[in-house]
Design a protein around this ligand. Sequence first.
Ligand code: GYE
Length: 339
Amino acid sequence: MLSKRFRTSIVTAGVAVLALGLAACGGSDDSGDSASGDSSAAAAGGGGDAIVVGFSQVGSESGWRAANTKSIQDTLTADAGFDLKFSDAQQKQENQIQAIRSYIAQGVDYIAFSPVVESGWDAVLEEAKAANIPVILTDRAVDSKDTSLYKTFIGSDFVKEGERIGKYVSDTLGTEPINVVELQGTTGSAPANDRKSGFADAIKDNPNVKVIASETGNFTRAEGKTVMEGFLQAYPDIDVVYAHNDDMGLGAIEAIEAAGKVPGKDIKVVSIDGVHDGMVALSEGKISYIVECNPLLGPDLAKIITTLHDGGTVEPRIVTEDGEFNQEQAIAALPDRQY
Ligand code: GYE
């Protein structure tokens, strides 16, 4: 019961943050230029014309990504007034750059994308700006210094996610000396960089918690399993696996079981996301703790685009709210989970 109330308040808070983000800047000017207005063909029509949105997705590496894609495709529909062009970059930056260039060439009204890595976007974003096509970052950040290259960045605070899981590890598991291995997300991606640094920061004052190895598993179950197999061979004394997402944690569980050990007992697993399979593993005690990362960004993205289309402006950073779960809370939450 308690956990249900907790969830409700999180959802409410998430909506409030977004509402504030959109409403607070109705008349004000963010650092962007006037790109949202005149160049878009659909804006001139006044009614009826679909808003053309080009969306470049990272790939289909995880359960989180599948839920995120579904949310975007289910929301930006023809019925809702959108013409969505969607492409999957298969975790390759060059594919995303190519997709964005093609959206620019097609003269779409808006470009949205979830950047696979943080760096290397300035040139293509400048091309979008020169073509007067507003860009919206969803889920992951870019490290571009010129923030006028995009209208807003909507998504979770990944540093905070890393801190929250680090606090759990330090406070709950780190009451005695523990050896931690870390499965990092895609190298150079915002969630991998931030979840690593947030975690490191949260455990730094606890001398019991030692990270003995840290490698990328590229956010996939298969690579999480392979990297964990290597860790198990190299280190006989692993106490905790910190996986940057549930899928890599689930891969690690397969490796732990194949090595004849019991996940949740011999080796504890903690992860980030809260996707269905992760929550099931948590409810079974195979994962010990999950910090949530909400993938359902479609409705917020639609709201941002319609706000811009109506001539409004949006906050440059919109943070989605996330919960966290132990076993009991996972059991209570599972029946109502949307992903
Ligand atoms: O945690 C992971 C996915 O960018 C927040 O990407 C997203 C991450 C998510 O592959 O499962």
